[in-house]
Design a binder for this molecule. Structure first.
Ligand SMILES: [Zn+2]
Length: 113
């Protein structure tokens, strides 16, 4: 009985969205992207997913390519702060609320049981 409770507690704490378990189940291609400032970004794609040629560097917002020796040039017309602000806003509005709500729901369910 004690063992069952311990297992359930571990699973809830490890991944409220269940993403970790899905990530291990699906095979992944791990790709590296480099931006012109030398940041390396590793991105995991499902093997059946289309791997994009370019990836936005999460650190500076510049486009990053798969060739470390020849990263894509930084666009001068697009300020990267706008993109970063957009990503942060979207994450806090959508994912943040969903994460919080699900965590609270599970807390209530565990207390009620
Ligand atoms: Zn960068």
């Amino acid at each position: 009985m004690a063992g069952g409770n311990a297992i359930r507690g571990t699973r809830v704490g490890a991944g409220p969205m269940g993403e970790a378990e899905r990530g291990e189940a699906a095979p992944r291609n791990r790709m590296s992207y480099w931006c012109s400032q030398g940041h390396e970004t590793q991105v995991a794609f499902a093997t059946d997913a289309e791997v994009p040629e370019l990836w936005d560097c999460p650190r500076c917002g510049l486009p990053a390519g798969q060739d470390q020796q020849a990263p894509p040039p930084a666009p001068r017309t697009e300020p990267y702060k706008t993109h970063l602000a957009y990503v942060r806003e979207r994450r806090s509005d959508a994912d943040g609320d969903a994460l919080l709500e699900e965590a609270l729901a599970k807390l209530r369910a565990r207390r009620g049981a």
